[in-house]
Design a protein around this ligand. Structure first.
Ligand SMILES: [Mg+2]
Length: 171
Protein backbone atom coordinates (compact mmCIF):
# COMPACT_ATOMS: atom_id res chain seq x y z
CA UNK A 1 0.00 0.00 0.00
CA UNK A 2 1.46 3.31 -1.09
CA UNK A 3 1.36 6.52 0.94
CA UNK A 4 1.22 8.53 -2.28
CA UNK A 5 -1.81 10.51 -3.29
CA UNK A 6 -3.24 10.96 -6.76
CA UNK A 7 -4.12 14.63 -7.21
CA UNK A 8 -7.05 15.51 -9.45
CA UNK A 9 -7.72 18.96 -10.92
CA UNK A 10 -11.28 20.34 -10.68
CA UNK A 11 -12.04 22.72 -13.59
CA UNK A 12 -11.94 20.93 -16.92
CA UNK A 13 -11.36 17.50 -15.31
CA UNK A 14 -14.19 16.92 -12.84
CA UNK A 15 -16.65 19.54 -14.10
CA UNK A 16 -16.97 21.49 -17.36
CA UNK A 17 -16.78 24.72 -15.33
CA UNK A 18 -13.79 26.15 -17.23
CA UNK A 19 -15.81 26.28 -20.45
CA UNK A 20 -18.74 27.95 -18.64
CA UNK A 21 -16.47 30.59 -17.07
CA UNK A 22 -14.99 31.48 -20.48
CA UNK A 23 -18.52 31.74 -21.91
CA UNK A 24 -19.61 34.17 -19.16
CA UNK A 25 -16.45 36.23 -19.57
CA UNK A 26 -16.94 36.37 -23.34
CA UNK A 27 -20.56 37.49 -22.96
CA UNK A 28 -19.39 40.50 -20.93
CA UNK A 29 -17.29 41.61 -23.91
CA UNK A 30 -14.08 40.19 -22.43
CA UNK A 31 -13.34 38.16 -25.54
CA UNK A 32 -9.53 37.85 -25.54
CA UNK A 33 -8.79 34.79 -23.41
CA UNK A 34 -5.04 35.26 -24.02
CA UNK A 35 -5.11 38.59 -22.19
CA UNK A 36 -4.38 38.10 -18.45
CA UNK A 37 -5.79 41.51 -17.46
CA UNK A 38 -9.20 40.54 -18.89
CA UNK A 39 -9.29 37.69 -16.37
CA UNK A 40 -8.46 40.12 -13.54
CA UNK A 41 -11.37 42.32 -14.71
CA UNK A 42 -13.72 39.35 -14.90
CA UNK A 43 -12.76 38.02 -11.44
CA UNK A 44 -13.30 41.51 -9.96
CA UNK A 45 -16.72 41.46 -11.61
CA UNK A 46 -17.52 38.09 -9.97
CA UNK A 47 -16.73 39.60 -6.55
CA UNK A 48 -19.60 42.04 -7.13
CA UNK A 49 -21.77 39.33 -8.70
CA UNK A 50 -21.23 36.17 -6.63
CA UNK A 51 -24.04 34.43 -8.54
CA UNK A 52 -21.54 34.05 -11.41
CA UNK A 53 -19.81 31.19 -9.55
CA UNK A 54 -23.14 29.52 -8.88
CA UNK A 55 -23.81 29.50 -12.62
CA UNK A 56 -20.26 28.43 -13.48
CA UNK A 57 -19.85 25.67 -10.89
CA UNK A 58 -23.24 24.63 -9.47
CA UNK A 59 -24.78 24.03 -12.89
CA UNK A 60 -21.66 22.50 -14.47
CA UNK A 61 -21.69 18.91 -15.72
CA UNK A 62 -19.45 15.97 -14.82
CA UNK A 63 -16.91 15.31 -17.61
CA UNK A 64 -16.76 11.68 -18.83
CA UNK A 65 -18.29 10.49 -15.51
CA UNK A 66 -15.52 12.03 -13.36
CA UNK A 67 -17.85 12.68 -10.39
CA UNK A 68 -19.17 9.12 -10.43
CA UNK A 69 -15.63 7.69 -10.80
CA UNK A 70 -14.32 9.76 -7.84
CA UNK A 71 -17.16 8.44 -5.66
CA UNK A 72 -16.23 4.91 -6.73
CA UNK A 73 -12.54 5.59 -5.92
CA UNK A 74 -13.62 6.71 -2.44
CA UNK A 75 -15.53 3.48 -1.91
CA UNK A 76 -12.39 1.60 -2.99
CA UNK A 77 -10.39 3.65 -0.42
CA UNK A 78 -7.96 4.97 -3.03
CA UNK A 79 -5.78 7.86 -1.86
CA UNK A 80 -7.03 10.79 -3.89
CA UNK A 81 -7.23 14.54 -3.33
CA UNK A 82 -8.57 17.43 -5.36
CA UNK A 83 -5.96 20.08 -6.18
CA UNK A 84 -7.63 23.16 -7.63
CA UNK A 85 -6.74 26.73 -8.46
CA UNK A 86 -9.07 29.47 -7.18
CA UNK A 87 -9.31 33.12 -8.14
CA UNK A 88 -11.69 34.41 -5.46
CA UNK A 89 -12.93 33.38 -2.02
CA UNK A 90 -16.47 33.09 -3.38
CA UNK A 91 -15.22 30.56 -5.93
CA UNK A 92 -13.55 28.61 -3.09
CA UNK A 93 -16.81 28.60 -1.10
CA UNK A 94 -18.95 27.44 -4.04
CA UNK A 95 -16.47 24.68 -4.99
CA UNK A 96 -16.51 23.40 -1.39
CA UNK A 97 -20.33 23.46 -1.22
CA UNK A 98 -20.69 21.66 -4.53
CA UNK A 99 -18.16 18.93 -3.66
CA UNK A 100 -19.33 18.33 -0.09
CA UNK A 101 -23.07 19.05 -0.18
CA UNK A 102 -24.17 18.35 -3.73
CA UNK A 103 -21.77 15.57 -4.77
CA UNK A 104 -20.98 14.13 -1.31
CA UNK A 105 -17.31 13.80 -2.23
CA UNK A 106 -15.25 13.52 0.97
CA UNK A 107 -11.57 13.45 -0.10
CA UNK A 108 -9.23 16.35 0.79
CA UNK A 109 -9.67 19.53 -1.26
CA UNK A 110 -6.50 21.60 -1.62
CA UNK A 111 -6.90 25.15 -2.92
CA UNK A 112 -4.18 26.98 -4.82
CA UNK A 113 -4.38 30.80 -4.62
CA UNK A 114 -3.72 33.22 -7.49
CA UNK A 115 -0.04 33.71 -8.31
CA UNK A 116 1.00 30.32 -6.89
CA UNK A 117 1.58 27.09 -8.81
CA UNK A 118 0.26 23.68 -7.81
CA UNK A 119 3.73 22.22 -7.23
CA UNK A 120 4.41 25.00 -4.70
CA UNK A 121 1.43 23.95 -2.55
CA UNK A 122 2.02 20.18 -2.88
CA UNK A 123 5.62 19.05 -3.30
CA UNK A 124 5.15 16.52 -6.15
CA UNK A 125 7.63 13.92 -4.83
CA UNK A 126 6.79 11.32 -7.52
CA UNK A 127 3.04 11.63 -6.89
CA UNK A 128 0.57 11.70 -9.79
CA UNK A 129 -1.35 14.80 -10.96
CA UNK A 130 -4.15 14.65 -13.53
CA UNK A 131 -4.86 18.09 -14.98
CA UNK A 132 -6.22 19.52 -18.24
CA UNK A 133 -3.59 22.29 -18.19
CA UNK A 134 -0.45 21.33 -20.14
CA UNK A 135 1.52 23.94 -18.20
CA UNK A 136 0.44 22.60 -14.81
CA UNK A 137 1.56 19.11 -15.86
CA UNK A 138 4.84 20.41 -17.29
CA UNK A 139 5.71 22.31 -14.08
CA UNK A 140 4.59 19.38 -11.91
CA UNK A 141 6.87 16.93 -13.79
CA UNK A 142 9.79 19.40 -13.81
CA UNK A 143 9.47 19.50 -10.04
CA UNK A 144 9.64 15.77 -9.50
CA UNK A 145 6.08 14.57 -10.05
CA UNK A 146 4.33 12.25 -12.45
CA UNK A 147 1.63 13.84 -14.58
CA UNK A 148 -1.08 13.04 -17.08
CA UNK A 149 -2.92 15.56 -19.23
CA UNK A 150 -6.70 15.13 -19.07
CA UNK A 151 -8.29 15.55 -22.49
CA UNK A 152 -11.92 14.43 -22.70
CA UNK A 153 -11.93 14.74 -26.50
CA UNK A 154 -9.35 12.03 -27.33
CA UNK A 155 -10.54 8.56 -28.39
CA UNK A 156 -8.29 6.49 -26.14
CA UNK A 157 -5.63 7.02 -23.46
CA UNK A 158 -1.96 7.48 -24.43
CA UNK A 159 1.27 7.57 -22.41
CA UNK A 160 0.82 11.30 -21.75
CA UNK A 161 -2.94 11.81 -21.96
CA UNK A 162 -6.09 10.28 -20.49
CA UNK A 163 -9.67 10.81 -21.62
CA UNK A 164 -11.28 9.85 -18.31
CA UNK A 165 -10.41 9.00 -14.69
CA UNK A 166 -11.55 5.42 -15.18
CA UNK A 167 -8.00 3.98 -15.28
CA UNK A 168 -7.64 4.93 -11.57
CA UNK A 169 -10.26 2.32 -10.61
CA UNK A 170 -8.22 -0.52 -12.10
CA UNK A 171 -4.88 0.50 -10.58
MG1 LIG B 1 -8.20 22.63 -15.12
Amino acid sequence: MTKDYTFIDFDGVILDSEKRMLERKYNLGLCDHENESEFDTYFEYTNLHPEEWKYIIKEAKSINNSVEIIKELEILKKKIAILTKIHTLQEMRVKTEVLRENMKILCPIIFVPPGIKKHQIIIPNNQLLIDDSKNNIKWWIENGGRGLIFDSTIKSDTKEKVRSLEFLIKR
